[in-house]
Design a protein around this ligand. Structure first.
Ligand SMILES: [Zn+2]
Length: 324
């Protein structure tokens, strides 16, 4: 029988400052850092260190000594439930100016998640603000910007944009922390994946969050299908006013190609014209396309309400407030 590796935590190579006055302890790693530095950025650490200082003073007065755990004479604070590697991301962000920058699109998803989750717990307000800001820049709430975002093809947080793991990871994280300003667009991005992918990717998702995602996706498909269902009427209203032979030549085909998608890229006017409408002149084609794009934009505006939120305007206000 093999012997499991030792679980005794060891000092981290970089985050072990000779002048440090507290040792943070996880199951695998130890960090010798500075109370003042942590207190300056985190209300949790400030309150905790203040509490310890008062307690130690009282114990000294009582002559009862100290029950405090120490490592080489330095007090130890246990970070219960935190992964050592996640704490590395947090502390390097605190100590190294270039370690995490909110405008760096190459920030790995794992770093983002570790920073966000630990900041939710320990209240490093500036880091949390930067993470929310970065996610908001990566997930636009304007339709044109979202289209461009989908088309650009660049990785996001080191993950592929199509059917990507990042949507679901961020959905789980933001639902748990209740960040309403970001949730509608993340719900939407997640809903664009096929049901089979959703159920594979969301095995650990909160039941309420999964229910909102599935119900929202169904409502979105209904809204999109309703617009597609009106396409024959829209086409007729345009071609009947045309001086060419469009009303006699027009053919509407292959509507099944654009039905049952939550992804509104399948509703783009040019795409629908290309797939489904034949036999019309250039002028009619442009008119139908423009009207169809208007209706698509109307569906986009409904997206927050389909997932239980008020509007894009409201979510943008909430992001602005969260980033100040
Ligand atoms: Zn025409």
């Amino acid at each position: 029988m093999s012997i499991p590796p030792s679980q005794t935590p060891v000092p981290h190579d970089l985050l072990w400052f000779p002048g440090g006055d507290v040792v943070l302890s996880t199951d695998t790693l130890l960090f010798k850092v500075h109370k003042d530095v942590l207190s300056l950025q985190s209300s949790f650490f400030k309150d905790t260190f203040d509490f310890f200082a008062v307690r130690d003073a009282q114990m000294a007065n009582d002559g009862s000594g100290s029950a405090e755990e120490t490592y080489e004479g330095i007090p130890v604070m246990r970070m219960v439930g935190d992964e050592g590697t996640d704490v590395v991301h947090l502390l390097r962000t605190v100590y190294e100016r270039q370690y995490y920058r909110r405008d760096d699109p190459k920030t790995p998803l794992a770093t983002m998640v570790a920073l966000f989750n630990l900041n939710t717990k320990y209240d490093f307000k500036h880091i949390r603000t930067d993470v929310i800001f970065q996610i908001s820049k990566e997930y636009p709430t304007q339709l044109d910007a979202y289209d461009d975002w989908c088309d650009c093809g660049y990785p996001i947080f080191g993950e592929m944009r199509e059917y990507m793991y990042a949507h679901f990871t961020l959905l789980k994280m933001l639902f748990k922390a209740n960040v309403p300003g970001l949730l509608p667009v993340i719900y939407y991005a997640s809903s664009c994946s096929p049901y089979s992918d959703i159920f594979t990717m969301t095995a650990t998702l909160d039941a309420e969050c999964l229910s909102t995602l599935i119900k929202g996706k169904e409502k979105l498909i209904l809204a999109a299908n309703s617009v597609i269902g009106d396409l024959p009427d829209l086409v007729r209203d345009v071609v009947i006013k045309c001086n060419e032979d469009c009303q006699y030549e027009v053919r509407i085909t292959k509507l099944s190609y654009v039905l049952d998608y939550a992804d509104l890229r399948q509703m783009r006017g040019d795409f629908v014209m290309q797939q489904c409408v034949n036999g019309v002149c250039g002028k009619c084609s442009k008119k139908i396309e423009a009207e169809y794009d208007k209706r698509r934009a109307d569906v986009w505006e409904k997206i927050p309400s389909l997932f239980g939120y008020e509007s894009w305007i409201k979510t943008r206000q909430e992001i602005a407030e969260a980033c100040t």
